[in-house]
Design a protein around this ligand. Structure first.
Ligand SMILES: Cc1cc2nc3c(=O)[nH]c(=O)nc-3n(C[C@H](O)[C@H](O)[C@H](O)COP(=O)(O)O)c2cc1C
Length: 203
C-alpha cells in the first residue's frame, strides 16, 4: 500500500488517496453531479481545545480531499483557520456503512468555491445570502418576509463575499461496514511518512 504523492498542476505536491481507497470512495459517495448531497458531521477543535461539531453538506470530492462550504462569519471558520484539522463522519444507516475521514484542512480556491455555489439549489444559494447574524435576530415573520423580498429582488445569485470553502485532505479514512449476519468491520487507510497503510480493524 505505498502510493507516492502525485505532483499537482501548480507544482506543489498534493497527496492523493491510493487507487484502492479512491475506488471505495467512488463506490460509497454519490457522484459530484448528484444534486442530493450527503450530510457530514464536521468535528473541529475550538479556541479552548474543546471539541465542536455540526452538520454540513459534502459539496464535492476528488483524490485530494473532501470539500465543504460555509459562511466566513461562522464559528467553524474561526476554528478551522486557527486549528486547521478536522474529522468528518458520513453515515448510511440503511446500507450499514460509516465513513470517518480525519485530516488537515485548507481553504479551497475561488474556482472550486464558485463551482460549488453554482451547483447548490436556489434555496441553498439564497440561504447563503440570508443566513446572517442580522436576520437571525428577526422574528419568525420578519425572517419569512426578508426571505420572500430578497427572492423577489434577486432571482439569480452569485456567491456572497462570505461564501468560503474548505478541503479536508485525508490523513486517514476509515470505512466501517455492519452486517446483520456477521461482525462489523473497519478497513482503515492511514497516511504516514512512508505512504498509505491499510489495516483491518474490529468494528
Ligand atoms: C442537514 C444539514 C446540512 C447543513 N449543511 C451546512 C453546510 O453545508 N454549510 C454550513 O455552513 N452549514 C450547514 N448547516 C448548518 C450547520 O449545521 C451549522 O448550524 C452552521 O453552519 C453554524 O455552525 P458553526 O456555528 O458551528 O460554525 C447544515 C445543517 C444541517 C442540519
Amino acid at each position: 500500500m505505498r502510493t507516492p504523492p502525485v505532483p499537482s498542476t501548480v507544482g506543489a505536491v498534493i497527496p492523493q488517496v491510493p487507487d484502492e481507497t479512491w475506488q471505495l470512495l467512488q463506490d460509497w459517495l454519490p457522484d459530484n453531479t448528484d444534486p442530493d448531497r450527503p450530510v457530514m458531521t464536521l468535528a473541529t477543535v475550538d479556541e479552548s481545545g474543546d471539541p465542536d461539531a455540526r452538520s454540513v453538506l459534502l459539496s464535492e470530492y476528488d483524490r485530494t480531499g473532501l470539500y465543504l462550504h460555509t459562511d466566513a462569519r461562522t464559528r467553524k471558520v474561526a476554528q478551522l483557520d486557527a486549528r486547521p484539522v478536522a474529522a468528518l463522519v458520513l453515515r448510511w444507516p440503511e446500507a450499514m456503512r460509516q465513513l470517518v475521514v480525519r485530516g488537515a484542512v485548507e481553504r479551497a480556491d475561488r474556482a472550486e468555491s464558485d463551482r460549488a455555489f453554482a451547483d447548490r439549489s436556489a434555496y441553498l444559494q439564497r440561504l447563503a445570502w440570508l443566513n446572517t447574524p442580522e436576520v437571525a435576530q428577526l422574528t419568525p415573520e420578519g425572517r419569512r418576509t426578508t426571505w420572500a423580498d430578497f427572492g423577489a429582488i434577486h432571482p439569480v445569485l452569485d456567491p456572497p463575499d462570505t461564501w468560503i470553502g474548505y478541503r479536508v485532505r485525508p490523513t486517514s479514512l476509515t470505512f466501517w461496514t455492519g452486517a446483520a449476519d456477521s461482525v462489523s468491520h473497519r478497513r482503515e487507510y492511514r497516511l504516514d511518512a512512508s505512504g498509505w497503510r491499510r489495516s483491518e480493524l474490529p468494528g
